[in-house]
Design a protein around this ligand. Structure first.
Ligand SMILES: NC(=O)c1ccc[n+]([C@@H]2O[C@H](COP(=O)([O-])OP(=O)(O)OC[C@H]3O[C@@H](n4cnc5c(N)ncnc54)[C@H](O)[C@@H]3O)[C@@H](O)[C@H]2O)c1
Length: 259
């Protein structure tokens, strides 16, 4: 198993893509710390991981708060006896016209999607340096980090920012043996897309379900992405086969955005 004896922290691990990543990395042999702003989901995921024979611990934190992210990393090391990998997965969506979006809405999504990733990079890198260990930092970007999408403009800007942080952190941390990469999913059938579809319907008047269907119809492989499709790629990024890769944000989207 590629992650035997590794300790991984996953943010936004209570549902959706983060849950699938946590379960997949546990199947790869890792012990996993599950971090989320909501307590319910991570408790259930922890039980699933323990049933696989791996250790799991939970920690409730809001990734937009620097001190809470640092506390989550400290908790992980204390409870699981080490620290090797962070997956900065937590994020929120936002559907709004660039002409209508408010300062409060912009600040909220930047605090979670951009600052949350930055605090995760900081906390993980400082812990790895203190432990004098190599490690991996893996961040959630998106197809919206490669293309700006209408009514998802501010969301897109946060995911472009994740790619910038990923590149800069890769350059700053390479000499410490820490690699930094991102994953860029396409249209994944999680609660996030239920919400995006509903808010698109509210703004454009499209029937509920129509926006999701339109996006899925644009996928070359002909189906929506599953959280497990994303988790398989994150498993690669977390494992030894990705040791020579850093600063990259590859698309894993079934053929939707091409770079
Ligand atoms: N669903 C998609 O199609 C898609 C596509 C590309 C990228 N992504 C990205 O993947 C990541 C996960 O998306 P998802 O679809 O699983 O979303 P989701 O809404 O299903 O789950 C997100 C999880 O993050 C948690 N979270 C939200 N704000 C948080 C905060 N401030 N602190 C800690 N936890 C917080 C939520 O409680 C939830 O458990 C996000 O960064 C998202 O932008 C999703």
């Amino acid at each position: 198993m590629s992650l035997t004896n590794k300790v991984v922290l996953v943010t936004g691990a209570g549902q959706g893509i983060g849950k699938a990543i946590a379960l997949r990395l546990a199947k790869d042999g890792a012990d996993v710390a599950l971090v989320d702003v909501k307590p319910e989901g991570i408790q259930a995921v922890a039980e699933e991981i323990r049933a696989l024979g791996r250790k799991a611990t939970t920690f409730v934190a809001d990734v937009s708060k620097q001190d809470q992210v640092f506390a989550a990393v400290d908790h992980t090391e204390r409870e699981l006896g080490g620290f090797d990998i962070i997956v900065n997965n937590a994020g929120i969506s936002q559907v709004a016209s660039l002409l209508e979006v408010t300062p409060q809405e912009v600040e909220r999504i930047q605090a979670i999607n951009v600052h949350g990733v930055l605090w995760g990079i900081q906390a993980a890198a400082k812990k790895l340096k203190a432990l004098k260990k190599p490690g991996k930092i893996i961040n959630a970007s998106s197809i919206a980090g490669h293309d700006g999408f209408a009514l998802l403009g501010v969301y897109s800007s946060t995911k472009f920012a994740v790619r910038a942080l990923t590149q800069a952190a890769a350059k700053e941390l390479a000499s410490d043996g820490i690699t930094v990469n991102a994953y860029c999913p396409g249209v994944v059938g999680t609660d996030m897309w239920v919400d995006i579809d509903q808010r698109m319907a509210d703004i454009t008047g499209a029937p509920v379900g129509a926006t999701y269907k339109k996006y899925v119809e644009g996928i070359a492989l002909g189906r929506a992405q599953t959280p497990e499709d994303v988790a398989g790629f994150v498993s690669y990024l977390a494992g030894p086969d990705a040791d020579y890769m850093t600063g990259q944000s590859p698309l894993i989207d079934g053929g939707l955005v091409y770079r």
